[in-house]
Design a protein around this ligand. Sequence first.
Ligand code: UD1
Length: 305
Amino acid sequence: MATYLITGGCGFVGSHLADALLARGDAVVVLDNLSTGKRANLAPEVRVIEGDVADPDAVARAMAGCAGVFHLAGIASVAYCNEHWREGHLTNQTGTVTVFEAAARAGRVPVVYTSSAAVYGDAGTGAVDEARVPRPQTPYGVDKLGSELHGRIAMGVHGLPTVGLRPFNIYGPRQDPSSAYSGVISIFNSRLAQGLPVTVFGDGLQTRDFVFVADVVRFLLAAMARAPEVAGQVFNICTGRTTTLLALIDTLAALHGRQAVVQHAAPRVGDIRESLGDPARARDLLGVTAGVTLEDGLAALLRGM
Ligand code: UD1
């Protein structure tokens, strides 16, 4: 049994990861500023420290005695970070460096952290692999890429093993639908459940590689298990399958047994047109793939599992 720190552990992905760690017999400490996460997402045995990931004292305190750190805290919305440039930078990049520095000082505790597929920017048609030159087109993507650059030099300068993960679009139970900045599946699912129209920014033919949260947890655990061998590297978290927003709406509406009412609005600034990942590198080096199909994942979402 080991103790792991999850930053942002009260949130959507972090709380699922906490469940998986507890289920295999590990202990979990969470650092979360509760800006979007909820204590109620976690089992009672999880120790929660309320604090910010850009606060070095809070991070050092949370990390004491931990065998590894999953750094998931961050502002997940690309659109929110467009509108709150400095706030996004402080959390998404300074926060990551704060975690790296604390982990180095705490005895080179391995860190698995979430970057993002947003580092690629608009990569055009076809699946992107990790060798693609990153061209982020929003502050959010730039801060994730900056975090990766720090992660890559962490071993050489500080002897700190880090593994970066680039999730594509994550969905599943506990993704909060309540804000305009929430993930699109959580918003569409909640609106369809209430019989309300959905708003599509742009023509709806933009594509995303939607990956179910339980698969994401498998990638996180595999990255931690192999951190010594793959230190300094980055991996896509994706399915390798692509879906347009309009097709997504059709699938979701069918699961709800309704006809969707679709309204269109102007596209978001910096919105990526096509997003599809190549899962080969994670499969080959981490031994993990995302097996849940969109239909199965959406059905699980509707069941609240
Ligand atoms: C998402 C993630 C981001 C992650 C990135 C990886 C969220 C909130 N953001 O960004 O953390 O790093 O993928 O690629 O999960 N849309 C609508 N109507 C809505 C809401 C959204 O049409 O009501 C559209 C957006 O314009 C966009 C697509 O749906 O084209 C997806 O948007 P969103 O879920 O916000 O995610 P990304 O911007 O792709």
